[in-house]
Design a protein around this ligand. Structure first.
Ligand code: 4AZ
Length: 320
């Protein structure tokens, strides 16, 4: 009798596990626990990536460094953002068909010149999926790539995921957001230390007009951010990194990944703001790529195997 009760309990808990897995799988990683929060509060005036401020350790815990190993030396070729414990998002133009084994993802980095930083995690790539409509020689449309890591990211104070926006949502013109990276500072700071700056979202039509002057078109699914008068901007080497904006939902404030640093004409120049892949236009695609990955399916199928075993035991016990 006791064993029947225990088995019934096990059956119930497995069914519950399978059912709740189903529920959790629906709203995705956009709702990753505690996404978009930094334990380091921003303080003081933001001076000015070009004209940025040196970050504190853990200030932008979703910031990834995409590192290329070439001829025995390592270099940070781009930035990226952790979206869950298996995936990092970056720009498609960061890559040039390098073998996956030459690319790694460094997390928890603040000073890229210091190989002994205590909070670092170094991860390798299992796969790289870039947007199918990214065209290398086009206007940088669909400049987005997803990197699947071979092992799980362990979240710490210094390494955390960023929240993703809802598909099709838009940031308002004039909103102040944050960019970060180890790119060129044009002598406005030390780019060994992760730099960040505040930039303002600029109207798409206005920005397209400014860029027309130099024969560049701004793709529909890109956002411009910066200042009409320039001065503060992302620059070469910041590509793939995050443009994040704060959002408050039912009393709690978190950062949302609205953009991926993509391109510009020069850096910090008048009427040439930075141009960012608009992440909210790619949520369905991200879902497709990330959702079909093994983690949740593996967990799910193990639970189902266990469930089958329990059912068999139940039937055998009932018969004999
Ligand atoms: C680059 O080459 C790059 N000023 C990134 C951002 C900007 C320009 C160039 C925006 O990675």
């Amino acid at each position: 009798m006791n064993s029947v009760i225990i088995r019934a309990f096990l059956l119930y808990s497995t069914l519950y596990h399978v059912a709740s897995d189903e529920v959790q799988a629906t709203p995705r990683f956009t709702n990753e626990d505690d996404c978009g929060v930094s334990v380091i509060s921003r303080s003081g005036a933001i001076s000015r990536v070009v004209n940025g401020t040196a970050s504190a350790q853990g200030q932008w815990p979703w910031q990834a460094a995409i590192v290329l190993s070439s001829g025995g030396s390592l270099s940070v070729i781009c930035g990226g953002s952790v979206i869950n414990n298996k995936w990092v998002v970056t720009a498609a133009h960061c890559f040039n068909n390098e073998p996956l084994s030459d690319i790694s993802v460094f997390l928890g980095v603040n000073d890229k010149s210091n190989g002994n930083e205590a909070n670092r995690q170094i991860l390798q790539l299992e796969s790289k999926t870039c947007h199918p409509n990214y065209t290398e020689n086009g206007n940088f449309a669909n400049d987005i790539c997803l990197l699947r890591l071979t092992s799980d990211v362990s979240y710490t104070t210094y390494i955390r995921p960023i929240c993703l926006p809802n598909q099709g949502s838009s940031e308002s013109v004039g909103q102040s957001c944050i960019v970060s990276g180890w790119g060129e500072t044009e002598n406005t700071g030390n780019n060994n230390i992760l730099q960040y700056a505040e930039v303002s979202i600029i109207d798409h039509t206005l920005c397209s007009g400014w860029y027309q002057a130099v024969g560049l078109s701004i793709p529909e699914n890109h956002i411009c951010a910066g200042y009409e008068l320039g001065g503060t901007d992302t620059c070469q080497g910041d590509s793939g990194g995050p443009l994040v904006c704060q959002q408050t939902v039912s009393g709690s404030t978190s950062y949302i990944l609205q953009g991926i640093t993509s391109f510009g004409s020069g850096c910090a120049e008048v009427r040439r703001p930075g141009v960012y892949t608009k992440v909210s236009e790619y949520i369905d695609w991200i879902d497709e790529v990330v959702g079909s990955s093994a983690t949740s399916i593996e967990r799910h199928s193990w639970a189902l195997v266990f469930l089958c075993f329990q059912c068999c035991f139940f039937v055998i016990q009932a018969v004999y």
